[in-house]
Design a protein around this ligand. Structure first.
Ligand SMILES: [Zn+2]
Length: 82
């Protein structure tokens, strides 16, 4: 999957090949975070930072959420601008 590069959380510690980013499932409009390289998914940025076990293939096609959508989840504080 191509990186969106918009709402990066942290460098993926699982594959060390890509960024974990906030994305939105097109089907359900649900926000979650995903490494776009190894495609590991977590329900929230906190789960990713805590290195909880991620899932695969739980969500379908993704797009980039709006900043308002990210804020509505209270996730804007997780965005890394480094
Ligand atoms: Zn990864």
């Amino acid at each position: 999957m191509e990186s969106f590069g918009k709402y990066r959380i942290r460098w993926c510690p699982i594959c060390t090949q890509g960024w974990i980013e906030i994305v939105k499932a097109i089907d359900t409009n649900e926000l979650y975070v995903c490494c776009l390289e190894c495609e590991t998914e977590w329900e929230s940025p906190k789960d990713a930072l805590d290195l909880k076990v991620g899932t695969h293939d739980l969500y379908g096609m993704v797009t980039v959420p709006t900043f308002e959508e990210v804020c509505s989840k209270g996730w804007e504080k997780y965005i890394s601008y480094k």
